[in-house]
Write a protein that binds this ligand. Structure first.
Ligand code: DAH
Length: 341
């Protein structure tokens, strides 16, 4: 029996040292020390031994069990630290490798122009308002004194959401005048840039979506000379000192009197060239004194308060500033174009 145990010791220790992973170590534990294992098998034969031999063999068997168990644990330690090392090696990150390059874009040319204009107006104490592009026709038209028969109200000109024409995509930023009058306390000095929508076919000068900047001042004693002085200053800041302007009479339903502001062509000095299409002048914006009906409709007494307003197209301004010949280039987001600015 002693011999059998010695053999078992030798065989088991060798098998344990040769095992390559934790699972096979567990299998060896069952094989040698389990209930139906080899050591138990040997101990079953204890009955055959004499009363003196039994405790000696029992002690030997206990020692053998402890040794096999110790050998399994020691091997387990070796295997798991080797496994950990392998894993660390496989998952190693080389922190010295150069990082993947992130390409940084830059501001769109049109937003450069918008930022420049915002700066000019902020410098004069105006606040900047943001408005909804989905608008009630009441605000887009009616409250701006645009009569029912006005062509801009036609389904062929305006994107409506409802059969009854109550809700539309705003065709101009002018409804922001009404929103400001209804929600702000007087006096008001604001500009409101944003997108507007009209049913226009896309070509070099038209797009169904474009940007406008609305501006408005309301206070006691505001006159047309305030309008002219302020807008002349703005134009000089945009186009350079000494830029010549002219205010050409025009009609807008929500201003009275109304005008269009032209600048003398900065390219040809007024002689006529491709930039000004031979006119000598370039149209920049529409403006006027806010119609008393519009003020009164917003709860402002036109006998006490007066105001002026303007609206200008942002794309046209950016096209002038950067000599962009086709409106579509502004919206296509072709990097070859945008990278030039
Ligand atoms: N909303 C006008 C348009 O889209 C532009 C405009 C003209 C705005 C005169 C104004 C203004 O505020 O006073 O053609």
């Amino acid at each position: 029996m002693k011999e059998m145990m010695e053999k078992l010791r030798e065989a088991s220790i060798r098998a344990i040292l040769e095992s390559e992973d934790v699972d096979s170590l567990e299998a060896l534990r069952v094989k040698y020390l389990g209930k139906k294992g080899e050591l138990t098998g040997i101990l079953r034969q204890m009955g055959r031994l004499s009363a003196e031999e039994r405790p000696v063999m029992g002690q030997l068997a206990n020692q053998l069990r402890a040794d096999i168990e110790a050998a399994i644990d020691a091997r387990k330690q070796v295997l798991s630290s080797a496994m950990m090392e392998k894993k660390l090696e496989a998952e190693a990150v080389d922190v010295t490798l150069p990082a993947a390059e992130t390409r940084l874009g830059h501001k769109h040319p049109m937003y450069n122009v918008l930022d420049q204009i915002k700066d000019i107006f902020i410098g004069m104490g105006f606040e900047i308002l943001d408005g909804s592009e989905v608008e009630l026709s009441d605000y887009n038209f009616t409250k701006l004194n645009i009569e029912e028969s006005h062509p801009s109200r036609e389904w062929t000109d305006t994107f409506y959401f409802t059969e009854d024409s109550r809700v539309c995509l705003r065709t101009q930023t002018s409804p922001m005048q009404v929103h400001a009058m209804e929600t702000k306390t007087l006096p008001i000095r604001m500009i409101a840039p944003g997108r507007v929508y009209r049913k226009d076919e896309v070509d070099a000068t038209h797009s169904p979506m474009f940007h406008q900047i609305e501006g408005m001042v309301i206070d006691k004693g505001v006159t047309m000379s305030d309008l002219k002085a302020t807008l002349n200053l703005v134009v000089e800041k945009i186009y350079g000192e000494g830029t010549v302007t002219r205010f050409r009479p025009h009609h807008f339903p929500f201003t009275e009197p109304s005008a269009e502001l032209d600048i003398r062509c900065h390219k040809c000095g007024g002689k006529g060239c491709p930039t000004c299409k031979g006119e000598g002048w370039i149209e920049v914006l529409g403006c006027g004194m806010i119609h008393p009906k519009v003020l009164a409709g917003c709860g402002i007494d036109p006998d006490v308060y007066s105001g002026w307003a303007f609206g200008m197209g942002l794309e046209r301004l950016a096209m002038g500033e950067y000599k962009i010949s086709d409106l579509r280039l502004i919206f296509e987001n072709d990097e070859r174009f945008l990278e030039q600015f």
